[in-house]
Ligand binder design. Sequence first.
Ligand code: AMP
Length: 270
Amino acid sequence: MKILLNNNDLNEALNNVSKLGFVPTMGSFHKGHVSLIKRSKKECNKTIVSIFVNPSQFNNKKDFEKYPRNIKKDLSILRDLKVNFIYLPSKKNVYHSKRTSKIKLNKKDQILCAKFRKGHFEGVIDVMDRLTNLIKPWKIYMGEKDMQQLHLVKNYIKKKYKSKIISCQTIRDKKGLALSSRNSLLNNKQIEKARNLTSHIFHFKNRLKNKKNIYKLLQQKKNDLKKLFDVKVEYLELRNANNLKISSKTQGSKIFIAYFLNKVRLIDNI
Ligand code: AMP
């Protein structure tokens, strides 16, 4: 396992590597990250994992500061997985050049998280552009847990690079809660609440099948969730899983949710 701390290390290590799989992360690993890494290892000759908590995608400085970091444990997981390369860049390594044109989301993309986290996806796309340009991977592995991110990055990268984005299914705990680094910011009681809320949404989606007034039922459910689980729901919407357009049937669609449990913001698509 080679730890690459700057772009010189990176260029030297990747020289002559073919069929390189890339797993971009912000660290604080859980089984979701591990599943992406394992898939890359299976499908590619070599695998590189980056750990970089990208400041430009946080619209709130406090959120950036309290984002969980756990580099020692992460490195030990990567060692056990026998990953070939770990890229741990500094901010300067990633942002060494100025952009020639600003990244802007289309109006149709200003939905879900983009509506509530101004500048977030511009930051994500910017960093993914820079990392892809530096690493030039064959395949990039990303999770469906962050479906909107996956969708936007895929559309951007396919226009500019040969690298192919591979979408990987969401890994959940035994009780259905989607694994997330942010779960480590919750206490046991809050984890239980998030699990119950998730299972509530799974059942709700089943009951939506063949219903006509889906929009109204979603609005009602959004209010109910506040009362039932004492959470602040940002959005609860049924959207087509391929193009993220608003949908009125559950088949081929997902319920997208973002909510605050105390001060921790969680997202899922079910
Ligand atoms: P993050 O470190 O949170 O930026 O996530 C790095 C990658 O792991 C992203 O592509 C995420 O979508 C993916 N990921 C996060 N949580 C999960 C999960 N529960 N299952 C599958 N992939 C995930």
